[in-house]
Design a protein around this ligand. Sequence first.
Ligand code: GLA
Length: 684
Amino acid sequence: MATHTVIAATQTAAPAAAPRFTHRGIAFGCDYNPEQWPRETWREDIALMTEAGVDLVAINIFGWAQLQSADGSFRFDDLDEIIELLHAAGIRVNLGTGTSSPPPWLTTRHPEILPMTADGTRRYPGGRQAWCPSSPVFRAAALELVEAVAARYGRHEAVALWHVSNEIGCHNAHCHCDVSTRAFREWLRDRYATIDALNQAWGTAFWSQRYSDWNEILTPRETLSTRNPGQMLDYRRFSSDALLDYYRAEAAVIRRHSDVPVTTNFMVTAHIDALDYATWAADMDVIANDHYLDHRLGDPHGELSFSADLVRGLAGGEPWLLMEHSTGAVNWQPVNPAKARGQMLRDTLVHVARGADAACFFQWRASLQGSEKYHSALLPHAGPDSAQWREVRELGAAVAALDEVQGSRVVAEAAVLFSWPSWWATDAENTPSSAVGYLDQVHAAHRALRDAGITADVVDPESDLTGYRLVVVPGLHVVTDAAAQRLRDAVDVGAHTLVTFFSGIVDEHDRVRPGGYPAPWRDLLGVRVEEFAPAMPGADVMLASGGRGRLWAERLVATDAMVADRFADGPAAGMPALTRRTGTGVAGDAWYLATLLEPGAYAMLVARIAEAAGVRQEPGAGRDVEIVRRRSDDGTTWRFVVNHGADAVGIAVDGIELITGATVTGTTEIPGGGVGVIREEARR
Ligand code: GLA
C-alpha cells in the first residue's frame, strides 16, 4: 500500500465557484450494484432501466474489494464495462469513490483501523463501514483508491456526479480508540487554546473533574455515573468534524482530476443524529439526502415532510437530490411494512414538492444474498412481471412529466429553527424529563404547520430569518448569542414568532443562562420562567381553555405579555401556559408556549398566529392532504397536492395537471390516495 500525506481539512474546502449539478429534468435513478450479479444480467438491467426511464445511476458505492486486490493492484475492467454500458444507453453516472467499506485484506493487515466503542472494545469487520474516522492508515488507503478512481474516470463524459463514500458516519461516527482520543485532544486544543479555557467551558469544577494537562482528557467513554455534558457535546462536534475532514480529503483528490460536482449522501432522518449537517452543507457542491420512512415513529409521513424541509434548509432553499429512498419495505426495522399501492408515487412527490430535483432509490435490483436481500428495489425478486415493476414504470413516467419543475424553488413564508447541538443536548443524560425528546418537539411543531396548510423552511438558528413572516422555535435548547440575536432581528422587522418550552436554556457549552428562562429571549417574549415542572408520563395537565397540555408544565410569570391560556391544574396551576407579547414597540407578535399541545389544538394555534402574520395557508390542506408550491424565476408556480387520506379533496385551481396532461379549471378533485401537480401560469 502506498502512503499518502494526510490532507488537512483547511487546505481542501470546496472551491469558491463550486460546479453545479445540472440534469435534463428531474433525475430518476437508483443505486446499482452490478458486482453482485453475473455479466449476463447487466445488459438486461440496462434495458429495463431504459424502459423505466432511469437516467442517473449510482455505482461503485461498495466497490473497493472488487477494484483493489490484497497485493495493492487495481482492476477496472468490470467498472469500465458498466460505465460504458450505462453511457451508451444515455444513463448518467453518479460515481462512488468506493471507499465506504474496507476490504478484508486491509482490516486484516491493519486491525488498528477498526473503530472502538465507548466501552473500549473494537468492532470487528464483517459488516460495513468498519473504520475509525481519525485513522491516518485508513485514510491513506482510501485516498489511494480515490486517486485511482478519479484519475481513471474524472474526465469521463458519463460521470455527472461524484458520490464520496456512502452515508458517512452511519455506523462509525463515534470512535474511542487511542488515535481518536489523540485527535479529540488536538481538536480541543484548536478550540480552546488553553486547558483553563477548556475547564471553564466544561465546568470541570463539578465532581472534581478539573484537568491539568491535555493528555488527561479522554473521549467520553463509558463511566459508572453520567458524564460531563460539555465534554459530550464537544465530542459530538469533534466526531462530526473528523468525518467532515475525511470528506474534504476525498473531495480534494477528486477535484484534482475532475470538474464534476462532488457530494455525499446525507442522512437527514430521525434515527441518525451523528453529524451536524449545518456545518457540512457548504462543502457540498449539491446537497443530497437519503430518506426512509421510519415506522418506529408515531407519524412516519410527518417526519418525511420535515426531513425534506430540513434538507432544503441545508441547501439554502436551492433544489437538492433525493439520493435514496425505497420502493417498498426496508429490511432494518423490527417490522418492515410494504408500501400501499400508490404510496411510492405519493412519497416521491412529497420529496419533489419540497425541493428535490432527483428521485433516486436504493437499489436497482433486489439482492439475492447479503444482509439486504429482503430490502425492496426497483426490480423486485419477482422480476418484471410484477405489480411493483409496473408501478416503477408508472413512477418513471410521472417523474418525467415533472421535468419542467426542475430548478424551481419552494415557496415558504414560515421557518422552523433546528439545530443538531440542541438535539444532542436535549436527548442527553440528566435532563428534567427523559420523556421530552427534541425531535418530538420539532416534529410536532412542523406537523402543526403542515396541518394548517403552511409550508416552512427548516433552518439553522444562526441564519438570517428576516425574510420570514413566521418563525417557530420548538424546544431549541442550545442557543448561541448569534442565534438569539437572529430571532430578535426577525421580530424587529415584523416576523411573528412562537417559542416553545425548553428553548434558550443553555449556551453552546451546555451552560445554563441564569436569571430566569429563556434568558436570551425573556425580553422578546415578555416572560420569565422560574422553575420546570414536567408532567409524569401519561399525566396531562388541563388548560383553562379546556385543552390539554402534555409532557411539560413550568412555573412562569408574564412580565410583559398577555396571558392567552393558563394551566388549570397540575404543578403550575394558575400560571400562564400560553402568552403573547404584542402592541406598542413590538413589531411582530412574540408567543410563548409552556407545554405541548395536542395536534389539533397546536395546528389551530399555529393557524391563528399565521393569520395575524399574513402567512398564506393553503386552502384544502390538512392532516391528510399536503399542498406545497414551487415557483420558477419567471413566476410560474406548480402546486403539488398529495392526498394521503381515503377521501377525495377539492382544490380550486386553474392550470395543467402535469402527470395526466389534463387542463383543470374551477375545483379539481384529488381522489383519496391521489396526487396532482398543477402548473399555474406566471402571474405577470
Ligand atoms: C442506506 C445505504 C444503502 C442501503 C440502504 C438500505 O441508505 O446507503 O447502502 O444500506 O440504506 O435502506
